[in-house]
Design a protein around this ligand. Structure first.
Ligand SMILES: Cc1cc2nc3c(=O)[nH]c(=O)nc-3n(C[C@H](O)[C@H](O)[C@H](O)COP(=O)(O)OP(=O)(O)OC[C@H]3O[C@@H](n4cnc5c(N)ncnc54)[C@H](O)[C@@H]3O)c2cc1C
Length: 404
């Protein structure tokens, strides 16, 4: 006999997207049950880089001070092209209205802080519990397992924040097949030499299309990894295999790591960047964060969009829950439309940029010319951070800066 748990809202997945929705809906007075199959604190394979856009979202959520006190502050970004051209941009010179800094933080710390915030707002949390699939046609009854025991969940609304783990989405009919994913891998290093004031991105022919990152942390530690974008053939697992030899062969990174020691195993993980590849609302279920494919298709950053989509989903769910029974399903369709309005054009243009402007020659030219022209540098950074659409960026002035 399965245990039974009831709630107004069941949120599956306690990453940034799930904890954001849970916190906001609990704050609005709803009975929220937040579930994760992991035991917290748990590490998530990630670069742990919080962009200025993520900082702004954390501020809206009301947790910025706690996160800032635990993270390492960076004030800019350094881009290194395949031929070694460098571009260093200071966020303070470029970001109108956004906090002029980013943070690097381990995901075990960040996600635990966000989870504690959700609990402090009144959400109930159930760890070590995997939700396995629907038990009713309208998806308001779900099955789960905790420590070998079956559990049945009843809720008026279900929010899936399950990240790049797609089996639950498939069992609910959100997608028929798994979309192409980015293959990424990272590890932590200690005693890393050199500056620790910027997110560092390295572009290289061996990674094409893709890049390596070095994100500095406190006490000489750094999160270092590579991301390989889909290229026709399946690149799953490639990043973890390639990372050690890439770091040995890349001249600048080899030097940075000459006295460093790898402190953790290399871990690989996929990224879903396919928004709007599948519906984000079905019956009484909403998707948030990476479950929607909301990860920047050029930079691989998804924490900012996870929190932003969580804030939006909570706002719309709050209105929907004030309605009765079947009218909830109709009310949450607005989330699908609003998410498309905000992000679909941007994702289309970023994918076009990925095809056209991430070849080694194009990157050499962009990064070299960005070093000469501050306005072009600003444009490159704003596009990468998702603050400017690539189409809007390519003005006659941008072309002049690129060409001369
Ligand atoms: C190597 C790598 C580096 C990255 N670097 C960065 C970076 O530097 N900056 C950045 O912004 N983004 C980065 N990303 C992307 C970022 O990690 C994700 O976009 C972000 O974690 C998405 O948040 P989320 O809340 O949607 O999902 P997640 O953080 O993936 O959380 C999903 C949660 O759901 C739980 N779950 C899944 N299925 C079930 C189930 N059936 N039942 C119960 N629980 C379940 C999981 O245990 C997990 O805790 C990186 C990704 C990778 C792979």
């Amino acid at each position: 006999m399965a245990d039974l748990m009831n709630a107004d809202v069941l949120v599956v997945g306690a990453g940034p997207a799930g904890s954001t929705v849970a916190a906001q809906l609990a704050l609005a007075g709803w009975d929220v049950l937040l579930i994760d199959k992991a035991h917290f604190p748990r590490e998530k394979t990630c670069g742990g880089g919080l962009t200025p856009r993520a900082i702004a979202a954390l501020r809206t959520l009301g947790v910025l001070d706690q996160v800032t006190s635990q993270g390492h502050r960076v004030t800019g970004a350094r881009l290194v092209s395949p031929s070694g051209y460098q571009l260093h941009v200071h966020f303070a010179d470029h970001l109108d209205g956004l906090p002029p800094y980013g943070l690097v933080i381990s995901r075990s710390r960040l996600d635990d802080l966000l989870l504690r915030h959700a609990i402090a707002q009144g959400a109930r949390f159930l760890p070590d519990c995997k939700v396995t699939g629907p038990l009713s046609g309208d998806h308001r009854v779900m099955a789960g397992r905790r420590k070998g025991r079956p559990i049945t969940f009843h809720a008026r609304l279900i929010v899936l924040a399950t990240g790049a783990q797609l089996s639950l989405l498939r069992s609910l009919g959100f997608m028929e097949r798994v979309p192409p994913t980015v293959s990424a891998a990272r590890a932590y290093w200690e005693d890393v030499e050199g500056p620790a004031d910027a997110f560092e991105f390295y572009f290289d022919r061996r990674l094409r299309p893709g890049y390596a990152w070095l994100f500095p942390m406190n006490d000489g530690w750094a999160n270092i990894g590579i991301g390989l974008f889909p290229r026709g053939e399946d690149r799953a697992g490639c990043a973890a295999r390639l990372l050690p030899s890439f770091l040995e062969e890349h001249p600048a990174l080899r030097e940075r790591l000459s006295h460093a020691r790898r402190a953790t195993p290399i871990k690989g993980y996929p990224l879903c960047t396919d928004f709007p590849g599948h519906p984000v609302v079905r019956e009484h279920v909403m998707l948030v964060g990476e479950a929607c494919g909301l990860v920047n298709p050029v930079t691989g950053e998804g924490i900012d969009l996870a929190i932003e989509s969580g804030l939006l989903a909570a706002e719309i769910a709050d209105g929907a829950l004030r309605r009765s029974g079947d009218r909830i399903a109709a009310a949450i369709r607005r989330y699908d439309r609003e998410l498309h309005r905000r992000f679909a054009g941007f994702f289309r243009e970023m994918r076009a940029l990925l095809r056209l402007a991430t070849g080694p020659r194009a990157l050499d030219i962009l990064i070299r010319q960005g070093g000469r022209h501050p306005e072009l540098a600003r444009t490159i950074v704003c596009i990468c951070l998702g603050l400017m659409s690539p189409r809007a960026a390519f003005t006659p002035r941008t072309w002049r800066d690129i060409l001369f």
